[in-house]
Design a protein around this ligand. Structure first.
Ligand code: XMP
Length: 539
């Protein structure tokens, strides 16, 4: 979904770098809209998208590799400014008849860039800069029209340009934090070379997204599965702003939620936002299904399938309620092209990283990083048309949008919570008694993390209940009770993670409170596994 063509826009041709999304985010942080497209997008397609500039990402390949990703060379003749980063620079040099050699060694790590010849790219940046390198090939002779504008110790062509044709190349990575003034280099490219305006703001995004939604759904009704997580919450708030009561949110209590979760969601969305909210308490159904089940995958499948059934039923009930309430006009509007009764559209909080077509290049770490949790399932089975108003946004942008839409911080910055809920944090059988123990322990973890100002600094912090009992002593009594594990991790995206080195005092407080206050627990352990090889959740 492209932004309005009146926007400034940068296209990033993805050659499989692990940093491609970082480039896109950096540019958006400069308030310029950016989109990632495949490396083999043709010059004609690119011209049709009317970007202000192009960035060629880095990538793991060597230009000499068999099957190395190639670019349509016509792109260099479109008159659109191009910035090649690392592999992007090699390709540019290679295609424009410069010379690139494969050095056989990888230059990796920090370096010092010496700036010369006054390039616009380095306006205001002085004579030298700390930069971050990660490359194998190296340019050894420049194409005609190019000149050197920066060198490093190991490389005579670390920054080059053909000012006439507006082609620029950097051997190093301006997008990473290890190039501290990289943002300014990108800003020079965006504002001075590409003439981009700073028109990508959350305010303008929200207005445009609302207009798009109104155009898409007309006077039809939309249903949204609200989980209380950030993505579905922001989607709900945005749609509510756009179409008011045409939106109904369904919140399913599967009996596997954290303490007070249903209360929070009903308070925020029902009472504050006045969103039409259908609360479905299906706890009994889920817990009955889970009786005797101990296998993790079976648990997940049962929960996933049951959710679909419950959701489907809830939609039918909604329709019935609409009829009863005499909303005949809307309720009897027969949807064209499928849908579920009068609800033609299903809204989802799909984000940009879920929709970027990942480039498959050997050795590309980005390949492996693909979410396996984005719960699909619903749409295909139910023939809804999808409404995905935040599919252009990165996670940090979704949070900004949420704040702007008036959602409270406790929703916007909340930690991720898995769809199957506490069921994957109770090893072995899920029973009401064990759920009660885990909820209580989990509440203590959250409140102590918040009180110590750690909650928002970590990716996730939660308790896990093991089917393991051990001997303890309480007063003069011998106990034989359950074990709770603390899982507290930091992560960028959930794909890799490390355990957080929490202060011992905080760990001690959490441990003492759990064993003193939660009946049925006499031992607390701290999980010190990273991902990989472990996962964040225990099941
Ligand atoms: P793992 O356990 O695979 O989890 O390391 C990575 C991240 O994904 C979350 N997670 C889920 N999210 N539905 C979700 O929406 C799920 O079924 C699910 N399972 C795990 C997990 O909490 C962590 O943030």
């Amino acid at each position: 979904m492209a932004a309005r063509s009146t926007h400034s826009k940068i296209l990033i041709l993805d050659f499989g770098s692990q940093y491609t999304q970082v480039i896109a985010r950096r540019i958006r942080e400069c308030q310029v809209y950016s989109e990632i497209v495949r490396f083999d997008t043709s010059a004609a397609e690119i011209a049709a998208l009317k970007p202000n500039g192009l960035i060629l990402s880095g990538g793991p390949a060597s230009v000499y590799d068999k099957g190395a990703p190639q670019i349509d060379p016509q792109i260099f003749s479109l008159g659109i400014p191009v910035l090649g980063i690392c592999y992007g620079l090699m390709l540019m040099a290679h295609h424009l008849s410069g010379q690139v050699v494969f050095t056989g060694r990888r230059e990796y790590g920090a370096g010092m860039l010496h700036i010369k010849n006054g390039s616009e790219l380095f306006d205001g940046l002085g004579n030298q800069l700390d930069v971050w390198n990660s490359h194998g090939d190296e340019v050894t002779a420049l194409p005609k029209g190019f000149r050197v504008v920066g060198t490093t110790e190991g490389c005579n062509f670390a920054a080059v340009e053909d000012r006439q044709r507006k082609l620029y190349g950097l051997q190093f990575h301006p997008e990473v934090a290890h190039t501290p003034r990289g943002r300014e280099i990108l800003q020079n490219f965006l504002y001075h070379i590409c003439q981009c305006a700073m028109d990508w703001t959350m305010g303008s995004f929200i207005e445009e997204a609302c207009a798009r939604v109104r155009k898409q759904v007309g006077d039809q009704k939309v249903v949204l599965g609200l989980s209380g997580g950030v993505d579905s919450s922001v989607t709900a708030a945005l749609l509510h702003k756009a179409i008011g009561d045409q939106l109904t949110c369904i919140f399913v209590n599967n009996g596997l939620l954290r303490a007070r979760e249903e209360e929070i969601v009903q308070r925020v969305f029902g009472e504050n936002f006045h969103v039409r909210l259908k609360y479905v308490d299906a706890s009994d159904r889920f817990l009955t299904l889970l009786k005797g089940v101990t296998d993790p995958e079976t648990k997940r499948k049962l929960i996933g399938n049951e959710f679909i059934k419950v959701f489907q039923r809830a939609t039918e009930e909604l329709l019935e309620e609409d009829r009863r309430n005499g909303e005949r006009k809307l309720a009897t509007a027969t949807p064209s092209g499928g849908g579920h009764g009068g609800y033609k559209f299903l809204a989802q909080g799909t984000l940009y990283p879920d929709v970027i077509e990942s480039v498959s290049i050997e050795g590309n770490p980005a390949q492996v990083i693909k979410s396996h949790h984005n719960v699909g399932g619903l749409p295909d089975k139910m023939h809804f048309e999808l409404v995905e108003p935040v599919r252009q946004l990165f996670k940090d942008e979704v949070r900004q949008a949420g704040l702007q839409l008036g959602l409270p911080k406790e929703i916007v910055y909340r930690q991720p919570f898995p769809g199957p809920g506490l069921a994957v944090r109770i090893l072995g059988e899920v029973t009401p008694e064990r759920l009660a123990i885990l909820r209580e322990a989990d509440t203590i973890v959250q409140s102590e993390m918040e009180a110590a100002d750690w909650y928002y600094k970590v990716w996730q912090s939660f308790a896990v209940l093991l089917p393991v009992q051990s001997v303890g002593v309480m007063g003069d009594q011998r106990t034989y009770e359950n074990t709770v594990v603390l899982r507290i991790v930091e992560s960028q995206d959930g794909m890799t993670a490390d355990w957080v080195r929490l202060p011992f005092e905080l760990l001690a407080r959490i441990s003492a409170r759990i064993s003193n206050e939660v009946k049925g627990v006499n031992r607390v352990c701290f999980d010190i596994s990273s991902k990989p090889p472990s996962t964040i959740e225990w099941e």
